[in-house]
Ligand binder design. Structure first.
Ligand SMILES: C[S@@+](CC[C@H](N)C(=O)[O-])C[C@H]1O[C@@H](n2cnc3c(N)ncnc32)[C@H](O)[C@@H]1O
Length: 189
């Protein structure tokens, strides 16, 4: 018999060692969280991450050591994009997440009922990030991005750890205005 599970996949490009808190933030919103970076996290940090993933509802973590754009294109379907604390300065990836080269492949991999972007606006043109933050959101490449105030509450309280503030995160619902390509949920057997 073939067992088929429909999984909600979250993708976090340029994660560095920011592994535990995203698992908590996305609890109940994704089944798998794919972390991606050019550098592998050290063993101790990864073991701690796996322990953190034992919390009920936490996504199961996977690490992909690769260029983020390449890793994204190798995914069949993505439901959530998580991206923060990056820059174009020293130590930052300068990844062009908000350009067509990255955002379009992400949007093309969303299921028909849309998905979610969780971000602090890293590497985003400030004017575009302001527009994303408006109550009525923004249209981008045939998709509608709009803040989801109910999820915004996740930025507060229990999700703070070791003094790391997540209050800057914006939770954007992403819905298709027009979409010709149907993306099936990822199937595992
Ligand atoms: C500023 S750090 C990110 C910090 C992390 N987001 C956090 O919240 O702690 C930038 C990271 O991007 C990674 N990086 C740089 N270029 C990359 C690429 N093309 N694909 C994937 N990761 C990349 C670097 O190895 C580094 O860990």
């Amino acid at each position: 018999m073939r067992w088929t599970l429909f999984m909600r996949i979250a993708f976090y490009p340029c994660c560095g060692s920011d592994l535990i808190l995203p698992l908590r933030l996305l609890n109940g919103l994704a089944d798998r969280l794919i972390f991606c970076d050019l550098r592998q996290p050290d063993d101790q940090v990864w073991r701690r991450t796996l322990r953190g993933a034992k919390t009920p509802g936490a996504p199961s973590p996977k690490f992909v050591c690769s260029d983020a754009t390449k890793a994204l294109r190798e995914l069949e379907c993505v439901h959530v994009l998580f991206y923060r604390n990056d820059s174009t300065g020293e130590g930052g990836s300068a990844l062009r997440v908000w350009n067509r080269t990255f955002l379009l492949p992400f949007l093309e991999r969303l299921p028909d009922d849309g998905g979610l972007i969780v971000t602090d606006g890293s590497n985003c043109w400030p004017k575009l990030f302001r527009r994303m933050n408006r109550p009525n959101g923004v249209e981008l490449y045939g998709w509608h991005l709009q803040p989801e105030r109910a999820l915004q509450a996740r930025n507060h309280g229990v999700f703070h750890s070791k003094g790391a503030s997540v209050s800057q995160l914006v939770w954007l619902n992403v819905r298709a205005n027009r979409k010709d390509l149907a993306c099936p949920s990822t199937q595992i057997s």
